[in-house]
Design a protein around this ligand. Structure first.
Ligand SMILES: [Zn+2]
Length: 521
């Protein structure tokens, strides 16, 4: 058996680093300078396999050249089966922090555009006995807010972790409760049942609001339940739905709080940190932390006010408090911190209003047909009124040119909404849904003038509705950006990190492989 010490190991990598990957005039190719018996100096094309003996007797490493979006990397596909070779392979995987992966990959001046290298495995835990995920949500943290002001702590997570390059895509409607519950269940709102912040079940006539913890409303399987079902501990310091008793999850007082927005953010962070001081067997594998900002400010003053900048700076300080708490405990590199938001925020002004009363020449819409006005117009006509007739009359009026801003509202039968919104397959969704254009608001009648402010809930295709995704920890590659993705994918990311079986959901089962480093066994 060949045992390598770290010095030899470094030599091994120096040898490997002689493989130079390049992107020549848009054509992805790899040049092998030397160290490969087969190719000599010629370019290896994407898809080609390269063997290297690495100077170690009887060990042959087979690499696969993979080029994605103009970036090539080597993927170790196999090592000849002998104990010594496996040892080399294993150390290679573990040694991510002892060498610069860029030196091996030789791809570009920065690691920031690299996909996670499949050569590398997740780092081993040093201190914690099991993987831990802390999922932090900052309400209304629009993608880009992190650049409003110096955010050294968020930037640290980004530079040493994995970020969704142009933000996290919320589900439709881009509202707080539907999105938080999609993040935690991996389901679109039509399937997890929380189709809005408030809505009516037409079968029973019952109303849902944000203080309703009756489990009949909350469908799907939230992560805390999945975790507890499999014999692990979960803890929540606020998250929509976390107070709801469902199956194995009873919101135990030791690990779960009833929402109270007056609880200081610092207390929320410190409580999560204190769970990590528990006896090993009690440390939760999964924890949620909810922060109400900068949504609270965004609604009052819009996304471009100094109050937002201040709120973002405060969120960064809280992230810093979390990082230093983890560092003090010697577990910052062991814990997976996932920082997300539920949706973005866009400015709204009085001149961007649509008044339903102006539709009177075409249709009179009684107030009691309307469940919600804006920015998602939800209309449930009584059973004796044909919904498609209502839609036709409303759209005729909106398209007449006689309704102020009429062209900025489109009204649909829910089954005719764009399928990418996944917003039809539930009785709780009203038969008629109107989509207001970015920043527009729908009201019944002209009301008192008001200041410009902020709103969300619009089509999730608007960039202004995006939030952030940053992952830091053993299974996240460092300094890597991944293409933006929908927040329903997060459920599978967490179950993959925790190595537990997840419930069925709308996420893609192969998605974690694209974002996470392979598990280190
Ligand atoms: Zn929100």
């Amino acid at each position: 058996m060949i045992l390598l010490d770290m010095k030899q190991h470094t030599v091994t990598f120096a040898f490997l680093s002689l493989i130079l990957m390049s992107n020549v005039s848009g054509q992805s190719a790899a040049t092998l300078l030397k160290g490969d018996e087969k190719l000599g100096g010629r370019k290896a094309q994407a898809g080609e396999s390269i063997t290297s003996k690495l100077g170690i007797e009887d060990c042959t490493f087979l690499y696969y050249v993979d080029c994605t979006q103009g970036i090539c990397y080597c993927h170790l596909s196999s090592v000849t089966a002998s104990e010594g070779c496996e040892q080399v392979s294993d150390m290679k995987a573990q040694s991510r922090d002892t060498f610069n992966p860029n030196a091996f990959l030789f791809l570009s001046s920065s690691a920031s555009s690299l996909p996670p290298s499949r050569l590398l495995l997740g780092r081993q835990l040093n201190k914690l006995p099991h993987p831990v995920v802390i999922l932090i949500s900052c309400d209304g943290f629009r993608f880009g807010f992190q650049h409003k002001t110096p955010t050294p702590n968020i930037k640290r997570l980004i530079s040493q972790g994995t970020e969704a390059e142009t933000g996290l895509i919320p589900v439709f409607p881009t509202l707080t409760f539907p999105n938080h519950y999609s993040i935690i269940t991996g389901l679109y709102p039509a399937y997890h049942g929380i189709v809005g912040n408030s809505f009516i079940d037409p079968k029973t006539g019952d109303s849902f609001d944000q203080q309703n913890f009756d489990s009949k409303w909350w469908l799907g399987e939230p992560l805390w339940e999945t975790v507890v079902n499999q014999g692990l501990n979960a803890a929540t310091f606020f998250w929509p739905g976390s107070e709801v008793n469902r199956s194995s999850w009873t919101c135990p007082s030791k690990y779960c709080r009833q929402f109270n927005k007056s609880v200081l953010f610092e207390e929320r962070v410190d409580t999560i940190l204190s769970y990590l001081d528990l006896p090993t067997s009690d440390i939760p594998s999964f924890m949620t932390l909810y922060l109400d900002d900068p949504d609270a400010q965004g609604h009052k003053v819009g996304p471009d006010h100094p109050q937002i900048t201040e709120a973002v700076a405060n969120i960064d300080r809280l992230v810093g408090r979390m990082i230093s708490g983890l560092e003090k405990r010697g577990i910052f590199e062991d814990v997976h911190v996932i920082l997300v938001g539920d949706h973005g925020m866009v400015g709204t002004c009085d001149q961007r209003l649509i008044f339903l009363k102006e539709l009177a020449p075409w249709i009179d819409i009684p107030e009691n047909w309307i469940e919600r006005y804006t920015p998602l117009l939800s209309i449930r006509p009584p059973p004796n009124v044909l919904a498609d007739d209502v839609v036709a009359k409303i759209n005729k009026g909106l398209n007449s040119g006689k309704v102020g801003n009429g062209k900025y509202l489109k009204v649909y039968l829910k089954e005719n909404l764009p399928s990418r919104l996944h917003y039809s397959d539930s009785d709780r969704i009203t038969p008629i849904v109107g989509l207001a254009d970015e920043g527009f608001k729908v009201e019944m009648n002209i009301s008192v003038a008001r200041q410009c402010a902020g709103a969300h809930g619009y089509d999730n295709a608007f960039f202004s509705m995006r939030s952030i995704f940053i992952g830091h920890g053993p299974r996240f590659a460092k300094g890597v950006k991944v293409p933006s993705f929908e927040n329903i994918q997060i459920y599978n990311l967490v179950t993959s990190i925790l190595n537990i079986k997840g419930a069925r959901n709308n996420g893609t089962s192969s998605f974690p492989k694209k974002v996470l480093l392979p598990r280190h066994n």
